[in-house]
Write a protein that binds this ligand. Structure first.
Ligand SMILES: *Cc1c(COP(=O)(O)O)cnc(C)c1O
Length: 228
């Protein structure tokens, strides 16, 4: 079984290949390592290997791990999961970026959770690429109102769009739709150029379709242990 350093190097090699195949500069891509279910000790190992961008999809786990590793310099935590509005303050305290803003009430709660001296919070609009409203993400017809709401929030900065590919569709078809949604967000906020897409199974396709932020877990961390 290859070790963590080998798996990380292998994924970075494959990211570089996919970028070059798409005529893109690998240096414009941010690889976020998703550490969910894994202990804080894995975050330390990743940090020692040069990883600075880390992702979690549950607020409690994010808060605990960020706290346990707060001595590590230059880490940036990305929150990528479903968020409850009553957890907005905790998310803001731990995360530098929230990828999963999918409704106006959540944008409002994150904005209201700012405390004096807080940095502006980078956020992305999560778009639902499926017909199943339970999958998370705003439905495409709600993109502009949500983008406008975020743009009007003094303590939030809209950086782009995020999505998870549906299970029952070729990832390229889904990510091409996402690129169109990115265009629509940029019509509201021109500097919102980030596209957060691509996981272990589909990051090469996401890169081909313009992804700028890849959220990669198990290909790097190995299989996830069962949730405690
Ligand atoms: C877990 C998770 C990932 C990473 O998944 P892998 O398939 O392990 O790479 C990416 N994005 C979200 C939203 C996740 O919850």
């Amino acid at each position: 079984m290859p070790d963590l350093a080998q798996r990380l190097a292998d994924v970075d090699f494959r990211i570089g290949e996919a970028a070059r195949a798409a005529g893109r500069d690998p240096g414009e891509l941010t690889r976020i390592v998703v550490t969910k279910f894994h202990p804080a000790s894995l975050v330390r190992e990743l940090h020692a290997l040069g990883v600075r961008d880390l992702g979690e999809n549950r607020q409690q786990e994010l808060s605990a791990k960020a706290e346990e590793t707060s001595d590590l310099p230059d880490t940036r935590w990305h929150f990528i999961g479903q968020a409850q509005t009553n957890k907005a303050r905790a998310i803001r305290r731990a995360a530098a970026v929230v990828h999963s803003v999918d409704r106006e009430r959540l944008a409002d709660a994150l904005d209201a959770a700012a405390e004096p001296g807080d940095a502006v919070l980078d956020v992305l609009v999560q778009v639902n690429l499926t017909d199943d409203a339970g999958r998370g993400g705003v439905s495409p017809d709600g993109i502009e109102p949500l983008a406008e709401r975020i743009a009007a929030a003094a303590t939030l900065r809209l950086r782009g769009v995020m999505a998870v590919a549906p299970l029952d569709e070729a990832p390229v078809a889904a990510f091409e739709r996402l690129a169109g949604y990115s265009d629509r967000v940029r019509a509201v906020v021109p500097e919102a150029t980030w596209i957060s897409a691509g996981m272990t199974g589909d990051f090469a396709e996401a890169i081909a379709c313009g992804a700028t932020h890849l959220r990669i877990g198990s290909a790097i961390t190995g299989p996830r242990p069962p949730r405690a």
